[in-house]
Design a protein around this ligand. Structure first.
Ligand code: B12
Length: 225
């Protein structure tokens, strides 16, 4: 039954038909599908499928991905409120784009995937200065800062991840708050994250969840030691 809903939901977002996507989810819930199942068995696999479609299907477009991520985020937020286990169990993450970078879609998808996997996520928006990244991480109690850079200069420049890392070190926070990066430049050079001082990198929302979970494990071990 769930696989049918997944297919219907995916087809709806693929056709950028928001109303139909919401209708499919409402019907699934009415037929007894649990909020957790909606997120993990419909929403997340549909995003995953859309990411694959973008790279393999020449007919898939960025606007389809955009609608898919917006709908996914809205539904995920509604479902999280109905989860039996409350969000935040996995840890706290802030995410944003660095100064000069207004590409917000990748960040939104990663935030949606993390929320769907029980992380407490604060999306701090676009064009964020290094100081604000660290200030917000401290005030939110985040163990991980995520920076999404879509352009080479915002990934490698002095006002991006490099400066965030420098500030973390200056404030003695580098073992308490880990830095993870993502976005187009890192997909072309999978070692670039090390050059910008990040602790890790991930190339999509699903792998981001895995990588951030590992970083949280490191923070817990280092805080215990
Ligand atoms: C859509 C787009 C735009 C839109 C952005 C709309 C929006 N609201 O986001 C608009 C039209 C506004 C735009 C503007 C510009 N763009 Co543009 N844009 C793109 C495009 C086509 C797609 C980016 C995108 O959304 N990808 C889809 C998302 C889902 O994929 P993703 O971002 O990679 O995210 C995934 C992973 O990377 C990962 N991830 C992403 N972030 C993070 C963060 C963390 C922490 C983790 C773990 C993982 C992770 O998970 C995500 C989900 O799967 C790219 C081309 C490309 N192929 O990337 C150019 C591109 C990024 N743009 C480019 C340029 C040059 C510009 C402009 C300067 C153009 C201009 N002359 O005005 C401006 C700059 C604006 C600015 N200052 O930011 C260049 C950058 C070139 C470079 N070498 O630096 C690119 C590569 C196009 C090109 N080939 O020239 N752009």
């Amino acid at each position: 039954m769930i696989n049918q809903y997944l297919e219907d939901y995916y087809n709806a977002v693929y056709d950028t038909n928001r109303n139909e996507a919401f209708r499919v989810i409402d019907e699934a819930l009415a037929k007894g599908v649990q909020p957790e199942e909606v997120v993990f068995k419909i929403i997340v696999p549909a995003i995953d499928k859309m990411i694959n479609a973008l790279t393999t299907d020449l007919d898939a477009t960025i606007s389809q991905h955009f609608i898919a991520s917006q709908v996914a985020e809205e539904i995920t937020e509604k479902m999280l409120a109905r989860f039996k286990i409350k969000p935040g169990m996995e840890g706290r993450v802030i995410i944003g784009t660095p100064l000069g970078d207004f590409h917000g879609l990748g960040k939104k998808i990663v935030a949606g995937c993390l929320r769907a996997n029980l992380f407490m996520v604060e999306d701090i928006g676009l064009n964020i200065s290094p100081e604000v990244f660290v200030d917000k991480a401290e005030s939110f109690g985040a163990q991980v800062i995520g920076i999404s850079s879509m352009m080479i200069h915002t990934a490698t420049g002095e006002n991006g991840p490099k400066m965030v890392k420098k500030i973390l070190i200056q404030r003695g926070l580098e073992n308490k708050i880990k830095l993870v990066v993502g976005g187009a430049p890192y997909r072309f050079d999978s070692d670039l994250y090390k050059e910008v001082g990040a602790d890790a990198y991930a190339d999509n929302g699903i792998t981001a969840t895995k990588v951030i979970r590992e970083l949280l494990g490191e923070v817990k071990n280092e805080t215990r030691a």
